[in-house]
Design a protein around this ligand. Structure first.
Ligand SMILES: NC(=O)c1ccc[n+]([C@@H]2O[C@H](COP(=O)([O-])OP(=O)(O)OC[C@H]3O[C@@H](n4cnc5c(N)ncnc54)[C@H](O)[C@@H]3O)[C@@H](O)[C@H]2O)c1
Length: 367
């Protein structure tokens, strides 16, 4: 590809965080932005100095100069917008989840193959400093053989203030933050899943998606592996400090996520040894222009603003995601989270919810 990759960011809530990263990455530019509300579009465009602005996604897709699209819109629109973008010949990244049904995920895999473009699901959980630390432990052999993995993503969205589509959303339909680290560390896919639902959320939420459970807990059987994993999700009417975590147990060492935010994660070694550790930042894996964005709470001097600089929330993952998406386009290769991988991670949750509604029946995740 000649010149910088010209990216369009679509959806400017969470999506706005990625604009400065595409602007600063040496191989990309933030060529355009898109969202439906014109006032907010103007505000974000002015703040970051992005001149090309769209309120219509179709108009954006018809713009030849745009090489790649990063979609950060509400969940129900992920699959239709991803497929439209790939069909328009754009390299396409989309925030999680990939889609909300098995057929949406499989349709994206087909659209990606037809288009011959890069697809990447922008899963923050596999680029946090904790994940990169555990990955280094696994790949250096210091964990030994992995024996078990557990993921847990607990959030209480019961209070007002979230976009309306969230209320009553089936917890396992947004499970990728808890599933992805397990599959990425073990380098395996899920073959089948069984899940049980526990407790009940308030009726007015439960009725919206026909999803009654307060907590869903799944067992995953990994393909061609003796490993089984456990995943827990809760979204409403269950009190727990926010946690988006994984634990991994090996024959030499084990890593457990902290119980309470700030008390630090634990590394177990030997037979009885345990130490609280501070995980390092992984900016050294990135071009110097965006490396500082892996740190907690970096202040952007140019824009005199910090709120769109990622911090502890997503563990410094955003610049890694941008780098991987841009470099996969430049190098004309599959992204690290291509369509087949994203489909397995996302359908694991979709099948888990299906299993919970069927009383814990094992459900095959489509190949
Ligand atoms: N850690 C993570 O990976 C993470 C964190 C937060 C949010 N998310 C995901 O990001 C997505 C967006 O989250 P949010 O909190 O910003 O949501 P939001 O609902 O507040 O914002 C969505 C944005 O999309 C725009 N939009 C909606 N439909 C559009 C259309 N047809 N064309 C153009 N623009 C459109 C809206 O104008 C708005 O700017 C959600 O799907 C969520 O799952 C992921």
């Amino acid at each position: 590809m000649a010149g910088k990759v010209r990216i369009a960011v679509v959806g400017l809530g969470f999506g706005a965080e990625f604009i400065p990263l595409y602007q600063k990455h040496p191989d990309s530019e933030c060529y355009a932005i898109c969202q439906r509300n014109e006032d907010h579009l103007r505000e974000i465009g002015d703040l970051f100095g992005v001149e090309r602005r769209f309120t219509s996604f179709d108009d954006l897709l018809a713009t030849e100069e745009i090489d790649a699209v990063h979609i950060v819109t509400p969940i129900a629109s992920h699959a239709p917008m991803t497929i439209a973008s790939l069909n328009a010949g754009k390299h396409t990244a989309c925030t999680v989840p990939m889609g909300v049904t098995k057929s949406e995920c499989l349709d994206i895999v087909k659209a990606k193959r037809r288009a011959g473009r890069v697809y990447m699901m922008m899963e923050t959980a596999v680029y946090t400093r904790e994940f990169l630390y555990a990955k280094e432990l696994a790949e250096s052999g210091r964990l030994g053989e992995i024996q078990f993995l557990r993921g847990s993503h607990q959030q209480n969205m019961s209070l007002p203030g979230w976009p309306d589509y969230w209320y009553g959303f089936p917890p396992m339909h947004y499970a990728t933050h808890a599933v992805a680290p397990l599959l990425s560390l073990s380098k395996k896919e899920v073959e089948n899943v069984a899940c049980v639902g526990s407790g009940r959320i308030r009726g007015e939420y439960a009725d919206r998606y026909g999803s009654p459970f307060a907590v869903e807990t799944a067992l995953l059987k990994l393909k061609n592996s003796p490993l089984r994993c456990e995943v827990t999700r809760s979204l409403f009417d269950t009190i727990r400090q926010y946690r988006e975590s994984f634990d991994v147990y090996g024959t030499e060492r084990s890593f457990e996520w902290e119980q309470v935010a700030g008390e630090r994660h634990v590394l177990y070694s030997g037979y009885e040894d345990a130490e609280r550790i501070t995980v390092p930042d992984f900016g050294h894996l990135l071009p110097s222009e965006i490396a500082p964005y892996t740190l907690h709470g970096v202040y952007d001097e140019e824009h005199e603003h910090t709120s769109f600089i990622q911090g502890a929330g997503h563990g410094g993952s955003h610049p890694h995601l941008v780098h991987e998406f841009v470099r996969s386009i430049v190098e004309q290769r599959e992204s690290a989270i291509d369509a087949a991988c994203a489909a397995n991670w996302t359908m694991t949750g979709i099948c888990a919810h299906e299993s919970a509604l069927a009383g814990g029946k094992w459900i095959e995740v489509p190949a």
